[in-house]
Each structure stands twice: as C-alpha cells, then as structure tokens.
Design a protein around this ligand. Structure first.
Ligand code: S3P
Length: 423
C-alpha cells in the first residue's frame, strides 16, 4: 500500500457536533462532515426533534433550537445501528417535557441500555426499556432533572456523555466518575460550545442548567477508520502509507502505541489542534510484528480497534493475549466471538476467553469465505486479513462498512493496486 490518504471524519466527534449544534442556541457550521450511516442517524434524530440541518457536500449548517426549542417527535426515532445516537439522544430527552420512543436495527436492539436508563432515572426521568433485560426500544418520559453524583461501574463515553447532556439541563451539580478515562470528545466540545465543564482525571463536573452557544466545528479524520489502513500497511510487504489530518486525541491513540510495541514502523507528525482535538499525520511502513499482552486501560484507548488488532496479532510472531475486553461482546456484534470465528476460517489459531482472545501468531493465513456479522469494523478488519492471506477471500455482508466508512473498499483497492473487488 503506497500513497497518501485522508479518511472520513471522526464518527464519534461528528455525533457530538451534530447534537451540541442542534440543541445550542444559534447557528453551528460543520466542516469536513462525512455522511456515514451512523452520523446520518443522528442528523435524522435531531431533525425529528425540530432542528433544521442542511447538508451540502462536506458542509453542514445547523440552526440550533436551544433546550426549550426541542419539539416532541411525530414518530419513533430510528437510531439505526448507532449506539451513540441512542444513548446520547436519551440523555437529551431525559429532561424534555414529553415522551419519545427510540428504536434501532436488530444489532442495536441487542445492546444493553440499563447503563443509561439507570443514571438518567436517578436524575428524575422515567424510562422504559421495552426489550428483554433492559434493551431497546426505549420510551423516554422526560421530566425536570436534578444533578446527581454518578460512579460508573464501566468506563463508557456514551454513558458519560448521556449523563452530561442531561446534566446541562438539570438543576445543580452533576458529577460523573469513571473507573478509567474513556474518550473525552464531549468534554472538549462542550467547552467549544461555551459550556463550563470541570475535568479532573476520571471525573467530570457540570453545573446546570446551562445553555450552549452555536459555533463552527471542523471535523478531523477518524483514527478508528485509519486504523484498518495503518495495520494493512504494516502487514503488506513494501508498503509506505501516510494518513493525513487524522485525529490524535490521546484517549483514542491506543492502537498506535500497541502497534509500535509489536514492532510496527510508525511515525507521527502532530499538527496542533482543530476544534479542541489534536490532529496530525501518521506514516506507516511494513515491518515484522511480534505478539504482545494487552488489557485494561491500554485496551480502552484502542477499544474500537480490537478487530484489526486481532488481524495484526494473527500475523505476528508469537502469542498475543488480549484480556479485560468483555465490553466487546456488546458492541455492534459480539466482537470477541466474531473475530475468533472468522480468524479460524482463515487458518489462525485462536483461543476464546470470556473477556478476550489468545491468538497464536505466525500462521500463514489462507483465503476463505467470511461473514461480517453485520458489523462495520469486523467487515473492514476481515478485508485487511484477506489482503494478506494467500488466495481469495470473500467477505459476505460487507456493505455494512457504510456505517462509518462508505468507500472503504474502493480506498483499499486504490492503495493496493487493484487487489479488492466490490461485488
Ligand atoms: C463511543 C464510545 C465507545 C466506542 C463507540 C463510540 C462514543 O463506546 O466503543 O464506538 O462515540 O462515545 P463506550 O460508550 O463503551 O465507551
């Protein structure tokens, strides 16, 4: 893989820009917006709540309505495949004086929601989770909220953000403490929208009620999307790839550290900050990799990169042991089971643990018929595995990449000189 590429805008940051822009007062402009399906689900959700959002090319224009301007939706809000949409919008609606129903696709309907229902209920909202065991659909009966102190049992940026969005509308002090620091895009962006937020290590405090003010947000490239190309370049002999203008927020750069530890040949050029988010260029050349042990906070900083990390591990020399990854069982798919199942089809030796995987590296992978499990990151990781496997690999259900990176296969095809075919 030779060349220089940009990747679509950071999905996580874009969700927040759309939501904060929608419920701030005044206009918000988005630059470098990218229409991935998850972000479009957030746009549609905000439109259903009465916000005018214009999208033209990579520009977005949002006419913020303020908290009081949020309107009762005329129907069910469809969050599609996007957990971030459902959990963050639940935080917004917890304080509104009406009821609204949030639903999603079959993958989202399997994801746990008690983690947002419980803290938002403590603040005063009434929320019904109609699926089994606290799963979607959610019906949110908003109410006046009071600030609360929340100690989260699991580190989750979606839960933290839902609580902060509710806290902005609540009366008094809201505190969120996490067992480990999850991504901090909400905290950073709230400051850009004029909110007063205090961050101290794993603790975030907000005093409500507070209005937000519209602003201009330039979105940086998504390191989680770049990760597939970065690992592909590390694995395909003779590669030299640069990814330009990608986000380098330290809560997200775990994969770069892990890949370097595995023997990856990487260099970073930091290029300052864009809308409060560090940005830069990542250059990667192919090299021999070796297995490592990963768990805890190091994995949290690479949580969405687990599928592609597994691919790197299966081609590295020696064993890689990934533990403390139980949360990966409740992402868009059960990513632990999905990667174990698909890597085995390629001839890798994998042992499944309750909270991770042991991958015995050094096997030469051989092409196979694989399944995306309806999960965008599994589909992209498997395509990279197929690129380095001997023979042909077919990934069924690959269209799911549209969730975060429409055009991924075309990009991989261009960089690899025609090794990818989209059927
Ligand atoms: C996200 C947070 C992470 C991540 C997800 C996006 C976000 O989940 O895995 O893809 O945008 O806040 P957690 O809520 O479990 O941290």
């Amino acid at each position: 893989l030779i060349g220089s590429v940009g990747v679509p805008a950071d999905k996580s940051i874009a969700h927040r820009a759309i939501i904060l822009g929608s419920f701030a007062k005044g206009e918000t402009r988005l630059r470098n917006f990218f229409p991935g399906a998850d972000n479009l689900a957030t746009v549609e959700a905000c439109r259903m709540l009465g916000v005018e959002i214009g999208l033209e090319g990579s520009e977005g224009r949002i006419r913020g309505v303020g908290w009081e301007g949020i309107g009762e939706p005329a129907g069910v809000i469809d969050c599609g495949n996007s957990g971030t949409t459902m959990r963050l919008i639940a935080g917004v609606l917890a304080a509104r004086p009406f009821s609204a129903r949030l639903d999603g696709d079959s993958s989202l309907r399997r994801r746990p929601m008690a983690r947002v229902v419980e803290p938002l209920s403590r603040m005063g909202a009434r929320i019904e989770a109609l699926g089994e065991g606290g799963r979607p659909p959610l019906v949110i009966h908003g109410a006046p909220l009071r600030g609360c102190h929340h100690e989260l049992k699991i580190a989750s940026a979606q839960v933290k953000s839902a609580i902060l969005l509710a806290g902005l509308q609540a009366k008094g002090l809201t505190v969120v403490e996490e067992p480990a620091k999850s991504r901090d895009h909400t905290e950073r962006m709230l400051s850009a929208f004029g909110a007063r937020v205090a961050v101290e290590g794993r603790k975030v405090e907000i005093f409500g009620p507070q209005e937000l003010e519209g602003t201009e947000v330039e979105l940086v490239g998504d390191l989680s999307s770049a990760a597939f190309l970065i690992v592909a370049a590390a694995l395909v002999p003779g590669s030299d790839l640069r990814v330009e203008r990608v986000g380098l927020n330290p809560t997200r750069t775990g994969l770069l550290d892990l890949l370097a530890e595995m023997g990856g040949d990487l260099s970073l050029v930091r290029q300052g900050e864009v809308a409060g988010e560090p940005v830069g260029m990542v250059e990667v050349r192919s090299s021999e990799l070796k297995g490592i042990e990963v768990g805890g906070e190091r994995l949290l900083r690479a949580i969405d990169e687990f599928p592609i990390l597994c691919v790197a591990a299966s081609l590295a020399e020696g064993d890689t042991r990934i533990t403390g990854a139980g949360e990966l069982r409740v992402k868009e798919s059960d990513r632990i089971a999905a990667m174990a199942c698909e890597l085995r089809k390629l001839g890798a030796r994998v042992e499944e643990l309750s909270d991770g995987l042991v991958i015995r590296g050094g096997e030469r992978l051989r092409g196979a018929r694989l399944e995306s499990h309806g999960d965008h990151r599994i589909a992209m990781a498997l395509a990279v595995a197929g690129l380095v496997a001997r023979g042909e690999t077919e990934v069924e259900g690959a269209e799911v990449v549209a969730v975060s990176f429409p055009g991924f296969f075309e990009c991989l095809n261009l960089l690899s000189g025609g090794a990818v075919e989209v059927a």
